[in-house]
Write a protein that binds this ligand. Structure first.
Ligand SMILES: Cc1cc2nc3c(=O)[nH]c(=O)nc-3n(C[C@H](O)[C@H](O)[C@H](O)COP(=O)(O)OP(=O)(O)OC[C@H]3O[C@@H](n4cnc5c(N)ncnc54)[C@H](O)[C@@H]3O)c2cc1C
Length: 413
């Protein structure tokens, strides 16, 4: 076949949208991912706090691309990217390409703190979120049969590290799980003893947000009884005690780490220029310098916007870059020059829990119920698959009306 072969590594927000926007192009596409599903990561924390099932935020890739004739999906890990010989190695086979789209995303960054990596919990993928959910629920079960008050308090103390949107959302949702649901499940347990502590090394929460929304977030979390410790640097966690940089200690068996991400492991062997956190520096067109046939996008790519600020690691960036890359490849196939990518900022949105969110849309900051309603509908709308949209909507409506988190299952991992 004499048509260009495009290989896309990663079917997250970037890779998925690149593939979709090449639907009518005269190309042959091979889409690789180590998972057989597309994952809606912004709702992973809901899996961790027993609010949603993994299947409600993930969708099979073969179903997504069923109607697209020019794309083939292959499940497996890309273990080698050879930029000179133009091939990708996956599951022992070699896949040659004319154009390559690297959209491998990011992974958790523990900044070399092995103890935190070993003992802490995460919400970065489905397995990690389920592990976190199981652990959280087990803590209540264990506390309910613990006679020693000190040990019980430690079991009911939950530390979330990182005051970014994920940390804020996780802490708020966890506080509500305790105050709305667990109080009913464990009537014999004094849940006034339970604590949710949010640690942030900076002197404010949600750094990319304007200051009025940072304040609103602080207030809204406070009203949900989340204890916020600013300028609090995590030094160590041994599974029983969190130690802070100033030497103070918190007795707890739960540390949820949301404080850092870095470019995915697949990027490590690439001999290309990288920025902080291992992200690959790309041209404004999203091409690799020296390799115009290779595009890097989403969390894996480092690019600054007009005012010199790095583009954030957000799904909205990855989605727009997926489309821009598809268009640029089509331009190149037609003998035209690729165009630079410009990010159209759709605004910022984070939820703190029931009836509480902060938003900045079209330059206007607001918080509270309206922001929360927008958050709910936007997230439902952005989920892949009509069935998942309906299921999540029904799930949330049920939880909202009956103050229930229905997925309170402790499962085998
Ligand atoms: C908990 C959490 C909450 C978030 N909340 C928000 C939010 O509220 N709003 C927002 O806009 N963004 C949010 N984000 C960020 C957003 O999810 C990312 O910016 C976005 O997923 C990046 O898209 P991507 O395509 O670059 O990578 P991803 O979506 O991460 O996709 C990468 C894909 O590559 C695959 N892959 C990786 N390595 C390999 C390999 N070697 N071989 C084969 N496949 C591979 C992975 O399996 C994955 O499917 C959140 C992220 C997390 C983790």
């Amino acid at each position: 076949m004499n048509i260009p072969h495009i290989v896309i590594i990663g079917a997250g927000f970037g890779g998925l949208n690149a593939g979709r926007h090449l639907k009518n192009a005269p190309v042959r596409i091979t889409l690789l991912d180590r998972q057989n599903y597309h994952l809606f990561q912004p709702l992973l924390y809901q899996v961790a706090i027993a609010g949603l099932l993994p299947s409600q935020i993930a969708y099979p890739l073969r179903t997504i691309f069923r109607g697209q004739k020019n794309i083939t999906f292959q499940m497996g890990e890309a273990t080698e990217i050879n930029l000179e010989a133009r091939y990708v190695r996956m599951n022992g086979s070699v896949i040659a390409y004319d154009y390559l789209i690297i959209a491998v995303g990011a992974e958790t960054n523990f900044f070399g703190m092995d103890a935190i990596e070993r003992g802490g919990f995460q919400v970065k993928d489905i397995q990690a979120a389920i592990k976190t959910r199981n652990h959280l629920l087990k803590m209540f079960e264990q506390a309910s049969r613990e006679a020693d008050a000190e040990k019980r308090r430690a079991m009911l103390t939950f530390v979330v590290v990182g005051g970014g949107p994920t940390g804020v959302e996780t802490a708020g949702a966890l506080a509500e799980l305790i105050s709305h649901v667990m109080v009913k499940d464990f009537p014999g347990l004094n849940l006034a003893e339970a604590r949710v502590i949010l640690l942030e090394a900076n002197d404010h929460l949600i750094t990319p947000y304007p200051h009025e929304l940072r304040h609103a977030t602080f207030d809204l979390l406070g009203r949900k009884n989340v204890e916020i410790l600013l300028n609090a640097k995590l030094a160590d966690f041994n599974g029983q005690t969190v130690t802070l940089g100033d030497g103070s200690r918190i007795e707890t068996q739960t540390l949820i780490w949301t404080a850092g991400i870095k470019g995915a492991e697949a990027l490590d062997p690439l001999k290309v220029e990288k920025a902080g956190a291992g992200r690959v520096r790309v041209e404004p067109t999203l091409q690799l310098p020296q390799h115009p046939e290779v595009f890097v996008l989403g969390d894996a790519a480092f690019l600054t916007n007009g005012d010199g600020q790095p583009l954030p690691m957000l799904s909205t960036v990855a989605i727009q870059q997926g489309k821009a890359t598809a268009q640029n490849i089509q331009r190149m196939i037609n003998g035209a020059q690729p165009k630079p990518f410009y990010y159209k900022d759709p605004g910022l949105l984070a939820t703190i829990g029931r009836n509480a969110a902060v938003a900045r849309i079209w330059g206007v900051s607001f918080s509270g119920f309206i922001a929360w309603v927008i958050w709910v509908f936007l997230h439902i709308f952005r989920l892949v698959g009509f069935r998942n949209r309906i299921l999540v909507f029904v799930n949330w409506a049920w939880d909202y009306i009956f103050y229930e988190n229905q997925i309170r299952l402790i499962t085998k991992e």
